[in-house]
Design a protein around this ligand. Structure first.
Ligand code: GLA
Length: 362
């Protein structure tokens, strides 16, 4: 149902934000490291108006769920927790936020590792900024969105997803140093495009596994005497660590080096650098599977099929892992054909995958 039907009057403003897919640099952001995401075409749109009964009312069109916030000290659950978190954080910054009617509609798939929650947070903050003319820039939006996720949705995430949703677009890759927030917007190479396929495996262990990996990295950094694993560039330094910390740290260090290598070759994109970019994506998947242990058999199957397909430079799982989607870098113009062929093969293995990019269903 649209805004008018739910709230009885038209919205006063509207804003949207995209989901993201990470091309390289996985599980590096909470280690102060480097990431390389890009936006996907799927977006979340938030429409806003003021509510007259003194309460916030949030409606998700996709879930057909309405949540009213009757007490401001009680965090709602589900999609409303992200919105509520954003509003609370703005208030803590000193802004006066009126009671709101808020309508959400999204094409970003939920639970595929493509940052539907970051898209919701960033779209919410953009809409409130617009409605109230708040002096907040896009980096501050990303920082508030990350805090909403940590403090109100309980996920100890890094800042990649929110920075990507706030600053990236589909024509560029966003290189980000997550420590300094220094970034470079790099045009997508003309000889390539991306394919994103959802494995159909829900990310059931993502929450607990994610926080556990994060803890292991902090422990490894402490034992190595550095502020964060980002401060180490030579993976042989990990040899003194006990298992599994040694492999966890090795993933982070080698992954950071892979992102930096892509950044170096990025200026001179031609056929050979796309090959190398692809090799680094393949190496990233192997490292996530063997050292970081966040893959699952279905993702390995799907990635393996992509990697063997002609026209594919490289493929890997994307996002936190434990299920969700894979991303592949493929020759320009071949994405749709490659995605359909691989999906057909993959679905014959008893899984139910889904092509997310190139996007077809909207
Ligand atoms: C999730 C988190 C990000 C990042 C990735 C893994 O998407 O929200 O901050 O840590 O996992 O790279």
């Amino acid at each position: 149902m649209n805004f008018q039907k739910i709230f009885g009057k038209p919205p006063e403003t509207e804003a949207s934000a995209p989901g993201r897919v990470n091309l390289l640099g996985e599980h590096t952001d909470y280690n102060d490291g480097f990431v390389l995401p890009t936006a996907i075409p799927q977006r979340t749109t938030v429409q806003l108006g003021s509510s007259t009964d003194g309460h916030h009312h949030f409606y998700s069109e996709d879930l057909d769920e309405r949540v009213s916030v009757l007490e401001s000290n009680h965090t709602p659950s589900g999609f409303a927790s992200y919105i509520f978190g954003c509003i609370q954080l703005l208030q803590k910054q000193g802004y006066t936020i009126p009671s709101l009617n808020l309508h959400v509609k999204s094409t970003v798939p939920i639970g595929s590792g493509l940052s539907s929650s970051a898209a919701l947070e960033v779209a919410t903050l953009r809409a409130v900024r617009q409605l109230l003319n708040l002096p907040i820039n896009d980096v501050e939006i990303a920082q508030l969105a990350q805090q909403a996720e940590i403090q109100y949705a309980g996920v100890q995430c890094g800042i990649m997803d929110q920075m990507a949703s706030s600053l990236a677009d589909t024509e560029h890759m966003l290189f980000l140093d997550t420590r300094s927030l220094e970034r470079r917007v790099i045009p997508f190479p003309s000889g390539a495009e991306i394919v994103v396929i959802d494995s159909g495996v829900p990310r059931t262990l993502a929450g607990s596994g994610y926080n556990q990996r994060r803890g292991e990295c902090e422990e490894a950094a402490r034992l190595l005497g550095v502020k964060a694993l980002r401060d180490i560039t030579d993976s042989s330094a990990t040899e003194v660590l006990p298992e599994p910390l040694r492999r966890r740290a090795r993933h982070v260090i080698t992954e950071n080096n892979r992102v930096l290598e892509v950044l170096q070759i990025v200026e001179t994109f031609h056929e050979t650098s796309l090959q190398r970019f692809g090799e680094l994506m393949n190496a990233s998947h192997a490292s996530l599977r063997d050292d970081y242990e966040v893959s699952v058999p279905a993702l390995d199957t799907l990635v393996g099929m992509l990697q063997k397909t002609a026209g594919v430079f490289g493929a890997r799982l994307t996002g936190a892992g434990f299920g969700g989607a894979c991303v592949a870098l493929v020759a320009a113009g071949e994405g749709r054909g490659i995605a359909s062929n691989v999906l057909e093969q993959y679905n014959q293995t008893g899984n139910t995958g889904r092509i997310l990019v190139p996007a077809t269903d909207f």
